[in-house]
Design a protein around this ligand. Structure first.
Ligand code: AMP
Ligand code: MG
Length: 321
């Protein structure tokens, strides 16, 4: 059942309670409705991917009530400070490096070292974010492949029964997504055009590069330098770990491995998704420390969130030449 809440004191309080409890609430921003979940809770982030039904993990934008709380989790650069001053609150998303100790779940950024952050301009979104007092991960509140929703009715048309509530603030004023700007490289790169124009950004920080065309993408996107892939080779569909392998387990593990990370003892796909990136990192690290030569991964069923988990594991296991 999906509750429809009004953005009055009672509705906001209920939305806060749901989000702080790890549940999902769609809410209006000035661009489109976002499908919000507590970004620090890997299970809540996994539930966002499950509700959208997307067969891949893509990095999500984390929403904050003000620049100070955003820059507590990502490292500000001079360009980021200038742009935040000019356009926040507003439809501009900045991709920056996570600070050490950043509490945002690795799954929210699909394992990347970077994080996309934004302060939305909608008064109800700001009231919600202030009260939740945690970063809220929110992709557009539609099923994968559908158009972005700009009313609560659109949200319910796609997600009724799949999310816990929608906060109905009426139609979104902007209606197009936020501009996404990557500030982690030597030059700013426009990853997605949106509500703030390239010219407006250039007027504040100077020239902005366009994102690389998809054709220029490497054969295996999971091996992009910026996208975490373990240094140790990954072997999929393993029944047991070899003597020189660490084991990424799903369900009761066979004995014998010297390093084991459990994705989900009970075989729960949402729990496994929430643990996936932390598990790959942990085994890569402990495996190398122990002198092991690879990571064996137990089979994960190819249904529901398992599709996105297997997509990521296949990228991690793809040939490296
Ligand atoms: P949506 O969640 O539908 O608003 O889309 C979010 C957009 O931001 C997508 O185009 C993502 O690829 C992009 N994005 C989010 N986080 C990152 C990141 N850490 N690095 C690069 N792009 C990102
Ligand atoms: Mg979208």
């Amino acid at each position: 059942m999906t509750d429809k809440l009004l953005p009055d004191a009672a509705g906001l309080a209920r939305a806060v309670e749901l989000l702080r409890g790890g549940l999902l609430v769609a809410f209006a921003t000035e661009t489109v409705y976002g499908l919000g979940g507590d970004a620090t809770d890997g299970r809540a982030v996994a539930a966002i991917f499950a509700a959208k039904g997307r067969p891949q993990f893509n990095p999500l934008i984390c929403h904050y009530p003000d620049a100070a709380s955003a820059f507590a989790h990502v490292a500000a650069t001079p360009a980021a400070l200038a742009l935040a001053g000019a356009f926040w609150p507003g439809p501009l998303t900045l991709v920056l490096r996570r600070r050490t100790g950043c509490p945002v779940a690795l799954l929210a950024a699909a394992g990347l070292e970077t994080l996309a952050v934004r302060v939305p301009a909608h008064p109800d979104a700001l009231a919600l974010l202030r009260a939740v007092a945690r970063p809220v991960a929110a992709p557009s509140a539609n099923r994968s492949g559908a158009v972005s929703p700009t009313t609560a009715a659109h949200v319910l048309a796609g997600l009724a029964g799949r999310i816990d509530a929608v906060l109905d603030s009426g139609p979104c004023p902007v209606g197009v997504e936020s501009t996404v700007l990557d500030l982690t490289g030597p030059r700013p790169v426009l990853l997605r055009p949106g509500g703030v124009t390239r010219e407006a950004i250039a007027a504040v920080i100077g020239a902005v590069d366009s994102g690389a065309p998809p054709a220029a993408a490497p054969r295996s996107p999971g091996l992009l330098a910026s996208h975490y892939a373990p240094a140790l080779p990954v072997r999929l569909a393993a029944r047991a770990a070899g003597a020189d392998e660490a084991l990424l387990a799903f369900g009761p593990p066979p004995g014998g491995a010297r390093a084991v990370f459990q994705l989900s003892e009970s075989g729960d796909l949402a729990e496994a998704a929430a643990n996936l990136f932390a598990g790959l990192r942990a085994l890569d690290e402990s495996g190398r420390r122990l002198g092991l030569r690879g990571i064996a991964v137990m089979p994960v069923p190819d249904s529901g969130l398992g599709l996105a988990i297997n997509d990521r594991l296949q990228r991690a296991a793809a040939p490296r030449d």
